[in-house]
Design a protein around this ligand. Structure first.
Ligand code: ZN
Ligand code: FE
Ligand code: FE
Ligand code: ZN
Length: 269
């Protein structure tokens, strides 16, 4: 398959993903991928979101499992060590220490929380139904995330559409401003295909949508395609469709990472 990697895979440690880690890797091998990366939900302090992430005490074992599986599968596929690390305003020094403590190949930055109390973006009821204010707060946090220097890749860029309320022309300027900031910092944006599995979306599409991707391509922002797998069968979701989308946008190369260094490969290479 021209897309070589899937870097966004969860494990049962986050309490909302199923299936042994080996099964995710074997699905990737069956699809013909050359690299897979685990990026489970990171531990956070003060019990923030503890129902959807591993405990702090589990992080060593998670890292050890990925490094062990790298050896087990070394003749079949490259297994990368990653993390989906929530950006939470005010926790920068905690997150920076987590980044430095382990030999990550890459860290994916997510904004799932609007504040330190763990207020989630997924539901408009949490923001008084003011969807424009929700988008404003969300993209402000994404811009802060890009400036921390902690992250390599930005997760599910237009996540607030998971409320079921898509962005409108009113939000276009803040999206463009955020993309410009991303392009200055050299971060990669993932094309997250979990949108093809989220019934909340009115239309099945990736995060971000094709219009935002076209802007990202024009700005030269590095891209990669990830499934955000929470079960082995999710690995590689809609990858052929994303390959066609990328070609249509005139994007012919994608990013991959090893030891925190970004590399580029050609889709037709
Ligand atoms: Zn998850
Ligand atoms: Fe996420
Ligand atoms: Fe994820
Ligand atoms: Zn995610």
């Amino acid at each position: 398959m021209p897309i070589r990697s899937d870097y966004h895979m969860h494990t049962p440690r986050c309490k909302h993903a199923a299936g042994p880690m080996e099964a995710y890797i074997e699905k990737a091998i069956a699809l013909g991928l050359r690299e897979v990366g685990f990026s489970d939900h990171n531990p956070l302090p003060d019990g923030i979101g503890l129902n959807v992430r591993m405990e702090e005490s589990e992080l060593d074992a998670y890292v050890a499992d990925v490094l062990r599986l790298r050896e087990v599968y070394r003749d079949a596929i490259h297994v990368r060590l990653g993390l989906e690390m929530d950006y939470v305003e005010g926790l920068e020094s905690y997150l920076d220490a987590q980044r430095r403590r382990y030999p990550w190949d890459y860290v994916i930055g997510s904004v799932h929380y609007l504040d330190r109390n763990g207020r989630e973006i997924s539901w408009p009821r949490g923001f008084g139904g003011d969807i424009h204010a929700l988008y404003e707060r969300y993209y402000a946090l994404v811009r802060q995330l890009t400036r921390t220097g902690i992250y390599d890749i930005i997760a599910h860029f237009d996540l607030p559409k998971r409320t079921g309320i898509p962005a409108t022309a009113r939000e276009a300027a803040m999206v463009t401003e955020t993309l410009r900031e991303v392009s200055r910092t050299g971060l990669c944006i993932e094309i997250n295909t979990s949108g093809f599995r989220h019934p909340e979306l009115a239309v099945a599409e990736p995060y971000p949508n094709a219009a935002i991707l076209a802007e990202a391509v024009a700005l030269g922002i590095p891209l990669m395609v990830n499934s955000d797998a929470h079960a082995p069968g999710d690995v590689g979701t809609a990858f052929p469709e994303m390959e066609a989308l990328l070609r249509g946008l005139g994007c012919h190369s994608l990013a991959c990472y090893a030891a925190g260094i970004r590399h580029t490969y050609r889709l037709d290479g």
